[in-house]
Ligand binder design. Structure first.
Ligand code: SF4
Length: 398
């Protein structure tokens, strides 16, 4: 039975190739971003806090922070990656420490709600037929004094969402679906995010209608994933935190080049080809501009002298002026009316040209009726179309 989770859907949303490398190809990587590492340690500390409380033992803040520090040291490994080079591991360690301490101080004596589960695994069917399972882990499930269920989630992200963004969040709403599934008598559920770095709590609620819409939205996303066969890389700022550049067609060359000496880098085949291509492209643009300027000067020269042939050293140029009818071009005023007239008069077939590129795009976008798309597809063939685009490197890239 196919299994999905909020993380899987988010991974595909961020970059389909990353999703494929992680969840389909299951490529194992040692690398772990320090932000994720710090988040895991803060989660462990808060899990321990509530485990102890359940056993009637409230740890002191010092004990809890000692546990956080101990977990940090115990789990530290060589694969931890720091993208923001201006910060050291100690900066991150301190951010996590302060986040845990602030949570403790804000919530002691921890009697706002009763914890019923910690790091609770939820799995439930997301579609009517029960063919797809959604999986997730609730950081803390609790019941408030008025009987409201609370789904708590700890975040150590450095970005605080707005209330409007929280109200649209998918992750905890999915967990609410699981809670509704497991305890049908649940009346009210609060979704609670603890943005630990900001010492801020955000709450949200969902109606049954919103939850039903969410199910449909999730299924539509799953169908998109399952229909994908390319899993194209989607480059973004998130690439800096991605563990898969050595396996990614968009980043592998850059990754491999970063390991070369400056001399080897400068003479590497791909590097020299790109530099040559960029140089020729720049010259082409300059030449095209110069050509237009010289052409305009020749036209003026011929007009001023009332001649139509200008003789050069080894070439001659002919300049002639024709008077003719200029009809509105695409996007010019009057174009639509002209096309309507041509169609109404039965001239369309004689003057219009079919664009196979536009037609194949309609088929590929699924914009045509299935049967028609099939008939058109049967008349064509699958072929690989190279697409080459030159762009400037981002500042700071190699
Ligand atoms: S490096 Fe960037 S483009 Fe490549 S898989 Fe990772 S996130 Fe996607």
């Amino acid at each position: 039975m196919p299994t999905y989770s909020h993380s899987r859907l988010e991974s595909y949303q961020n970059c389909p190739r990353q999703f494929k490398l992680h969840y389909i190809d299951k490529i194992e990587v040692e690398e772990e971003g320090i932000e994720a590492f710090m988040g895991s340690r803060a989660h462990e500390a808060l899990e321990k806090l509530y485990k102890d409380i359940r056993m009637t033992k409230v740890p002191t803040l010092e004990e809890l922070l000692a546990y956080y520090e101990q977990q940090w040291d115990k789990n530290w490994h060589d694969g931890i990656k720091i993208v923001r080079k201006e910060y050291t591991p100690d900066h991150y360690r301190e951010v996590g420490r302060r986040a845990v301490a602030e949570y403790y101080e804000q919530h002691q004596p921890f009697d706002e709600s009763r914890t019923i589960a910690l790091e609770y695994k939820v799995a439930f069917p997301i579609d009517e037929a029960g063919d797809y399972t959604m999986l997730g882990y609730v950081d803390r499930l609790a019941v408030a004094k008025d009987g409201t269920y609370e789904i708590h989630d700890y975040k150590t992200s450095g970005r605080l969402p707005t209330q409007a963004q929280a109200d649209k969040d998918r992750q905890l709403a999915l967990y609410q679906l699981a809670v509704r599934d497991m305890w049908p008598d649940v009346k009210q559920v609060d979704l609670v995010w603890h943005y630990l770095v900001f010492g801020k709590e955000i709450r949200s609620r969902r109606t049954s209608k919103q939850l039903d819409n969410l199910k449909q939205d999730v299924m539509a996303r799953i169908r998109t994933i399952e229909a994908d066969s390319d899993f194209r890389p989607r480059e973004s700022a998130l690439c800096d935190w991605c563990a898969y550049p050595p396996y990614c067609p968009a980043k592998r060359h850059e990754f491999e080049m970063s390991e070369l000496s400056p001399e080897k880098y400068a003479s590497e085949n791909g590097v020299t080809l790109v530099d040559k291509y960029a140089e020729l492209d720049t010259r082409k643009t300059e030449i095209e501009r110069d050509l237009e300027q010289v052409k305009a000067a020749l036209i003026k020269y011929a007009k001023d002298k009332e001649i139509e042939v200008i003789k050069g050293g080894g070439h001659r140029v002919m300049v002639r002026f024709y008077k003719g009818l200029a009809l509105p071009r695409k996007d010019e005023p009057g174009r639509r009316e002209l096309e309507e007239l041509v169609k109404a008069e039965g001239l369309w077939e004689q003057v219009a040209v079919m664009s196979p590129v536009s037609l194949s795009k309609l088929v590929e976008r699924g914009a045509l009726d299935t049967e028609l798309a099939r008939k058109i597809s049967d008349m064509g063939r699958q072929e690989e179309r190279p697409w080459v685009k030159l762009s400037k490197l981002r500042r700071g890239s190699n």
